[in-house]
Design a protein around this ligand. Sequence first.
Ligand SMILES: Cc1ncc(COP(=O)(O)O)c(C=O)c1O
Length: 390
Amino acid sequence: MQLSERISRISVSTIATILQKAEKLKHRDTKLADFGAGEPDFPTPDHIKKAAIKAIEEDFTKYTATGGIRELKHALVEHHAQSYGSNYTAEECLVTVGGKQAIFEAMSSALNEGDEVILPTPHWVTFLEIIKYEGAKPVLLETREDEDFAVHAKAIEKLITPKTKIVIVNSPNNPTGAVVPPGEMEKILELAIRHNLLLISDECYCHFLYDGRKPFSLGSSREREHLLIVDSFSKTYAMTGWRVGFALGPARLLANMLKLQSHSTSNPTSIAQKAALAAIEGPQVHVDKMRTEYRHRRDRLIEGLQAIPGIRCVPPHGAFYAYPNVGYYLKKDGLGDTSVLAERLLDEAHVAVVPGTAFGTQEHIRISYATSLEHINEGLRRMAAFFSKL
Ligand SMILES: Cc1ncc(COP(=O)(O)O)c(C=O)c1O
């Protein structure tokens, strides 16, 4: 059977490949220092779990409105308004099966073959794959490590052509933890308006900001016609497996995204929506606790990485990833690229990291610090020993 040309344009996430291998090692009882997964190690808070159990007990187990139950949409726009001073209506909100579905639907609704999408690099792997799947052309904006991977509106503007349709910005960034300052985000939005583009602002990590930076959403801007906010319950509430995300944006775009949703997944799981409602309406103290804990872990991780000779790391100001440069070691021992390095780290030191090639750079590895301090210390010890032998 001949498969479609479209599906051959994309590949399974490199992240998934390394995670699968790490998972196999874990099953063999190997004590793994696992820095691979991009998900909180914290359990989903109890009140959220209880809301899901209650939903099951009350038989809230049938199809719901495709784009999410009304209470959840209202709670989402209300919560966003309180947090950021935005004024979205429920018609400008779509509940999706994770943030991923919102991104996929948005690109499918907006892109034609040959359209260009500007994507700052390093970038989360899925953005690039979806662009390719849609038959659009990724136009990568290389950010500079010596500028802390800053994304400048001016640099984006230089890449705009008559074919540009979408600009994607992900702040705080996966994999670097870099944060685009609110003023620069506003400038990027002005560009989108001026050039009639769609700006997708992926804000899935917006609650995890450090060093005095306050949670920020571009959704607080009054000019929203060219803006799609994508957010998720996955990271904020430690709910990766529940698969609930959402988009805030122009009603016409959301209506088209909804068409796709209606013929693919239909509604996000009914029970998970009730859990999401409890997450957003309940106490937010769990989010604050996670943020504080991530900051401690980040500080320890960066300190430990900087102590390994030859490794440099831009300080991440958000999310829960560090993106150290290991270029110094790639020249040694015939390593060549970070995929080989990641494989060897896993096989020889039982440390799981993701090679930076997945995110569009050649000399980095991604380390997720959504894991305990104990694991971080053990992982640092093993990495230091591994690198010292190269
Ligand atoms: C930058 C970014 N956006 C979106 C997502 C999607 O998360 P989910 O589909 O679990 O909501 C992720 C997950 O890793 C991510 O890192």
